[in-house]
Ligand binder design. Structure first.
Ligand SMILES: [Fe+2]
Ligand SMILES: [Fe+2]
Length: 497
């Protein structure tokens, strides 16, 4: 879109020259010979830039710039004053009136064109950045001058921001307490109720406002406060009277940083969500694998069931009794679960025991006992070396060890025998005693308890037997035999040895 430049100068030669030069490089130029005609034209159409002669027939550049900038909607129109004098006073007055640049009339055409291009480009970049951001920044403004507050409001609205206007520091702080969605704070220093210094301190005392830029508006004579303000965490300052474009440029710079911060936060949040999703998937896969492993265990245990005709529901009861006893002595739920499925494979090694020994109706001879005892080592060997089966491995290997060291296969004593194997030994013996076999009837629970107590200390872990007996006496384990009733009998290799 073609950019519009208004030229105002009382010299027709100058007007004509600027018009010719600027139109030749693509701008649309409208020239005026008086300040009034310029103000009338600005009412009808907003230019992108005004090129203004310092002295006009009806006014001067300072008054004319002041009038242009007094209307909020004209605040952001850049004004370049072309002066024939180097007067520092005029220059300072022009800047105080909101002029963007001050150029000498005798400068080269090239210099003038470059300045115009630069100023227009800076304006475009600012608009482009706002467009790029695609969002309205919330700018909190604390200023006790109603006129200045209104002016800031218009300025930030023109920048695409949402201004939140507060008449003093206290109102600004109250707003921040209720709504922390603020992207930048612009504050005056001297205000009633709460000044800018206190507001800046309070903002920096809150960790969630760490990244919110605070720009302080100072007077020239308040420079000594700057060090204190900046040390207390103020991000930037601007001294009154200031050029609007300068304030706009500083605000834009801080908002760009703010945008990057928010983008980084958004990416961090996305990354966290992605991590949580991946963790869920890993958890699901781990659970799948765990369930597959447990199912494998169940199937392996069933293989033993098929082979050893007398086990019946023995394996399921051993699992349930082991879990209950493990829980009663304070094992964690994770360990209890592991103990349960691991206990099911205590006799896995019997797969390798010849059927004639396994299902022999009468007592075993010495050679047959040697073969039978090999099931401990065989079971541990079949379970391999994976961590998942480590507890099952120690149970298979050590469930025939005795507290007095007269068990097999290693002859371990007391606490040398892993706790898991000691637990399974207690419940395995109990279940064998209360189960019917071809050469022995099922013992009553009281008889089985009396036998457990008789062989505790030398054979079984007395502490575990005591706990197990108290649980049996209370009736809390009765449900297990109801769920897994006796179907045919139970192996009795431990007590019959
Ligand atoms: Fe066994
Ligand atoms: Fe058993």
């Amino acid at each position: 879109m073609q950019q519009i430049i208004f030229v105002v100068d009382d010299s027709s030669a100058i007007r004509s020259l600027y018009k010719t030069v600027l139109e030749s490089i693509g701008y649309r130029v409208v020239a005026f010979k008086s300040g009034k005609s310029l103000l009338d034209a600005v009412e009808a159409e907003l230019p992108d830039l005004i090129l203004m002669g310092a002295e006009l027939q009806d006014t001067n550049c300072v008054d004319l710039a002041t009038k242009v900038k007094s209307r909020p909607e004209y605040l952001l129109i850049p004004i370049i004053v072309i002066s024939s004098t180097r007067s520092m006073d005029l220059r300072r007055n022009c800047f105080q009136a909101g002029v963007t640049d001050f150029i000498l009339k005798n400068c080269t055409q090239k210099f003038l064109i470059e300045r115009i291009k630069l100023i227009l480009q800076r304006r475009e970049t600012m608009q482009f950045n706002q467009h790029l951001a695609g969002q309205r920044f919330n700018v909190l403004i604390a200023e006790d001058s109603q006129a200045l507050l209104a002016l800031y409001g218009h300025m930030f609205e023109q920048m695409g921001c949402r201004p939140i206007l507060c008449k003093d520091g206290e109102e600004a702080w109250n707003h921040l307490q209720q709504d922390s969605d603020v992207d930048l704070v612009l504050t005056d220093i001297e205000m009633p109720n709460m000044d800018g210094i206190e507001l800046n301190h309070l903002i920096r005392s809150r960790s969630d406002f760490d990244q919110v830029p605070v720009i302080v508006v100072t007077r020239i004579d308040q420079q000594e406060l700057l060090c204190e303000l900046l040390t207390a965490g103020a991000s930037d300052y601007i001294s009154k009277p200031f050029i609007h474009e300068e304030l706009q440029a500083r605000v834009s710079a801080h908002l760009r940083t703010r945008l990057l911060y928010k983008e980084q936060q958004r990416l961090n949040n996305e990354l966290q969500e992605l991590n949580a999703y991946l963790e869920d998937r890993v958890r699901e896969r781990t659970q799948d694998l765990h369930e597959a492993n447990v199912e494998t265990i169940s199937k392996l245990a069933k293989v033993c069931d098929f082979k050893d005709l007398e086990t019946g529901n023995h394996i399921n009861r051993v699992k349930a009794y082991s879990e209950e006893l493990g829980r009663a002595i304070g094992l964690s739920s994770e360990v209890v679960t592991r103990l349960g499925y691991s206990s099911m494979m205590h006799d896995l090694g019997k797969i390798t025991t010849p059927d004639r020994i396994l299902n022999k109706p009468g007592p075993l001879d010495a050679d047959e006992w040697i073969k039978m005892r090999e099931h401990s080592l065989a079971g541990a060997s079949l379970l391999g070396d994976k961590q998942f089966f480590s507890m099952a491995r120690e149970i298979a290997l050590y469930h025939h060890e005795r507290m007095d060291g007269n068990g097999y296969p290693k002859g371990l004593k007391g606490n040398e025998i892993p706790l898991s194997a000691r637990i399974v030994a207690v419940v395995d013996v109990f279940d064998a005693l209360i189960s019917k076999r071809s050469y022995k009837p099922a013992w009553s629970q009281d008889e089985a308890i009396a036998e457990l107590q008789r062989i505790s200390d030398d054979h079984l872990d007395k502490r575990l037997v005591d706990m197990f007996v108290s649980m049996l006496d209370s009736g809390q384990l009765d449900y297990i035999r109801n769920i897994y009733p006796e179907t045919s009998g139970s192996s009795l290799e431990i007590v019959s040895e």
